[in-house]
Design a protein around this ligand. Structure first.
Ligand SMILES: C[S@@+](CC[C@H](N)C(=O)[O-])C[C@H]1O[C@@H](n2cnc3c(N)ncnc32)[C@H](O)[C@@H]1O
Length: 318
């Protein structure tokens, strides 16, 4: 049995196990794209550290002196193989990883609204490399499951978690669309930066609701446009150069979606414009970033001429 299922007694075990086995067989193929992460990880899989700092902006896992200089070189090479780093910052055995997103800013906006996490069963949907899961770990949750279908992020999280030796964090190659397999399973669900990537946001919200325990709490954050009306922008192809963007709602539109999906006690607790301070190119993410996505002559517009992105944060109960 997959060990994390012990925390999720209502899950559809058979189907989850079947998907898990299929995905594991898939990533264990000798394909170049998988070996790039898997092979260098094998060489450092045994490394553990007792030095963790999860309360501060930088997630610190280990110090340089915890491991040999040879292992340190190997860890550095592995961390570089995990590029581009989208979420962070991290310090891994004193290797400073400045990611594209200053994810501590989002975490600090969420923190005052998050219910007590101690002893709770939590899901992080689209967890990426697990930056927020490590921040959650500081609050002693019973267990956190990250849903993340992308192999690069799966391996990055798996390496970081294994160095940190945190047994109450786990990841699986699952997507938000797999949530119906987890009815009444989670006390708290984080769904950050996902909704505008879904072709059917209402279906996604209903699936989130299904997966919450009765009285469970959703923390949701989305890209948005600024407008008082309950509208959603539907881009022709890309939005701020990002393909796979479907509906970009206003705050009042997302409020209505949540209400009509059946959520209660809906509260919008933060809205802010995006900025090139929060999302930018670094040595660990060398591709285009926010400033390349925005009209050079008018920061109120995306490169496609749409209203520039804001972010909105909601809390809601099942
Ligand atoms: C914009 S990032 C947001 C990451 C993080 N939650 C945050 O807010 O910083 C979207 C994440 O969702 C993941 N993702 C892609 N398809 C997904 C799906 N079907 N279900 C859940 N996550 C998905 C991506 O790999 C990526 O890590």
């Amino acid at each position: 049995m997959i060990s994390y299922l012990a925390h999720l007694p209502n899950a559809d075990r058979k189907t989850v196990e079947k998907i898990h086995q299929q995905k594991q067989a898939w990533i264990n193929q000798p394909k170049k794209g998988f070996l790039r992460y898997r092979d260098p990880w094998e060489g450092v899989k045994h490394l553990r550290t007792g030095t963790l700092e999860l309360q501060a902006d930088v997630v610190k896992i280990g110090r340089r002196e915890d491991i040999s200089p040879e292992d340190h070189q190997r860890v550095y090479a592995l961390m570089r193989n995990f590029m581009p780093w989208r979420k962070g910052p991290f310090s891994v055995f004193d290797i400073d990883i400045d990611a594209e997103w200053q994810s501590q800013l989002k975490w600090n906006r969420l923190l005052p609204e998050i219910p007590n996490m101690k002893g709770k069963v939590i899901a992080d949907i689209g967890c990426n490399n697990g930056y927020y899961m490590f921040r959650m770990a500081a609050h002693q949750p019973k267990f956190v499951l990250g849903f993340e279908p992308y192999v690069q992020h799966y391996f990055t999280f798996s390496a970081l978690r294994s160095f940190a030796g945190l047994d109450n964090l786990a990841i699986d190659l699952l997507g938000i669309e797999n949530l119906p397999l987890f009815p009444d399973c989670f006390d708290i669900i984080f769904c950050l930066g996902i909704l505008y990537h879904r072709p059917s946001p209402i279906e996604a919200l209903r699936d989130l609701q299904t997966a919450l325990k009765p009285d469970g709490c959703l923390l949701i954050e989305s890209q948005a446009i600024k407008n008082e009306q309950p509208l959603a922008l539907f881009p022709e192809k890309t939005y701020a150069k990002v393909p796979g963007t479907w509906f970009v709602p206003t705050a009042s539109c997302l409020h209505n979606w949540l209400a009509r999906a059946g959520f209660k006690q809906i509260k919008c607790f933060c809205t802010h414009p995006m900025s090139s301070t929060e999302q930018r190119r670094t040595d660990w993410m060398t591709f285009e970033s926010y400033q390349d996505f925005i009209d050079k002559n008018d920061p109120e517009l995306t490169i496609e001429g749409y209203p520039a992105p804001w972010r909105v944060f909601f809390k809601a109960k099942k």
